[in-house]
Write a protein of this length. Structure first.
Length: 367
């Protein structure tokens, strides 16, 4: 809990102070899983990477089969595939899963000692490869390819104190210029890469010549259309008093699904209490959790009975139609729902899954 506390605690307190009061009527829970999917993690041989990916293709649909949100849609999964681990066969397999309507693929990148030009080339090259070779990534009304992004090693905007695993201060503007619709990297606490803005959906610009442009920005607000800067959609970061250290101090809840932090319905209220929302629309609550789903101990949980129990908890506790309506979403769909709120739209969040960024060409019917 105490690691990098200077980075996140003041922002956590500010976020707690802006939480809305009691909300009348139905609340909507928009839920997204962002997977830092690294099938070659630890330089695994290709046969292991293919087997890992195949396991997701085979087992993920069985996890989704018996669960539906208020829109009649099953659980969704967004694979952020690393450009630095690109393998055509693995991506083709994931594209096949995306064609069933249950998943989408976005961009992930690990890099170090890089330059702005090198960063731009990596993003643009991988963006075009995913689109032209695999039929992936969404597009806007102008036909421009758009993508969601997660930075490897959490190091967006050269945010590690030692400057490793990045090298580029001005990443936000480059992301925007190459078609990124939103960054979904955070939270990263207890890592020192954690932004000073906590539990928020906001837009940020680079500090030219300085790192950590993501530290602060303008909160996304309903009815304003669109502000300047790249949108950052954060997952919940909170104190978990049910997981005490030394029997006294609360544990740190950072929305990670892993062998060490398994999917558990008892974590859901902690995420919801962080009240991540578009300012002016507190009844739409956004919960983005993250995982490294290609790591076998994590896959054992995410593709097993533990995940079925978790989805049962989501559907039984937050989809009664009276107090709560649940909406499963991919990263792209979550962004679109945020944009609908930002533009002042009303009604059901599920109506806006394709509001601004249309589905990839390879996408199938939502199941």
């Amino acid at each position: 809990m105490f690691k990098a506390i200077d980075k996140w605690l003041p922002g956590y307190i500010r976020a707690a102070m802006r939480k809305p009061g009691k909300i009348a009527g139905v609340r909507h829970l928009i839920f997204c899983i962002a997977d830092h999917f690294e099938p070659f993690r630890g330089q695994s041989p290709k046969k292991i990477a293919l087997a890992t990916t195949q396991r997701w293709i085979t087992d993920f649909p069985t996890i989704c089969r018996n669960f539906r949100d208020s829109d009649g849609i099953g659980p969704r999964h967004t694979f952020f595939f690393p450009a630095d681990e690109y393998d055509a066969d693995c991506v083709d397999m994931l594209a096949g899963l995306a064609a069933t309507g249950g998943a989408e693929i976005e961009i992930h990148l690990h890099h170090r000692n890089d330059t702005p030009e090198g960063f731009r080339d990596k993003l643009a090259g991988f963006r075009d490869l995913l689109r032209t070779r695999h039929g992936l990534l969404g597009s806007d009304s102008n036909g421009l390819v758009r993508y969601g992004f997660i930075h490897g090693n959490w190091s967006l905007c050269n945010s590690r104190p030692d400057g490793d695993w990045c090298g580029v201060n001005e990443e936000l503007d480059i992301l925007s210029a190459t078609g990124c619709y939103a960054d979904l990297t955070f939270p990263s606490a207890p890592s020192p890469t954690q932004p000073r803005t906590v539990n928020a959906i906001y837009r940020a610009r680079d500090y030219h010549g300085k790192p950590r442009g993501h530290d602060r920005g303008e909160l996304v607000t309903t009815g304003c259309g669109k502000a300047e800067g790249l949108m950052l959609i954060q997952g919940p970061l909170g104190l978990d008093w049910s997981k005490r250290k030394f029997g006294i101090l609360p544990g740190l809840e950072n929305a990670e699904l892993s062998a060490g932090r398994p999917p558990d319905r008892n974590r859901i209220p902690v995420w919801i209490r962080q009240a991540i929302h578009v300012i002016g629309k507190p009844e739409w609550i956004f919960v983005k959790v993250h995982t490294h789903g290609a790591w076998k101990p994590n896959a054992d949980l995410l593709l097993g009975d533990a995940m079925k129990r978790f989805h049962d908890g989501l559907c039984s506790g937050y989809n009664d139609g009276r107090d709560w309506r649940l909406h499963y979403a991919t990263a792209r769909e979550m962004y679109n729902i945020v944009r609908a709120a930002e533009c002042g739209e009303d009604g059901e969040p599920g109506e806006y899954r394709d509001y601004e960024i249309k589905p990839p060409p390879a996408a199938g019917v939502r199941l």
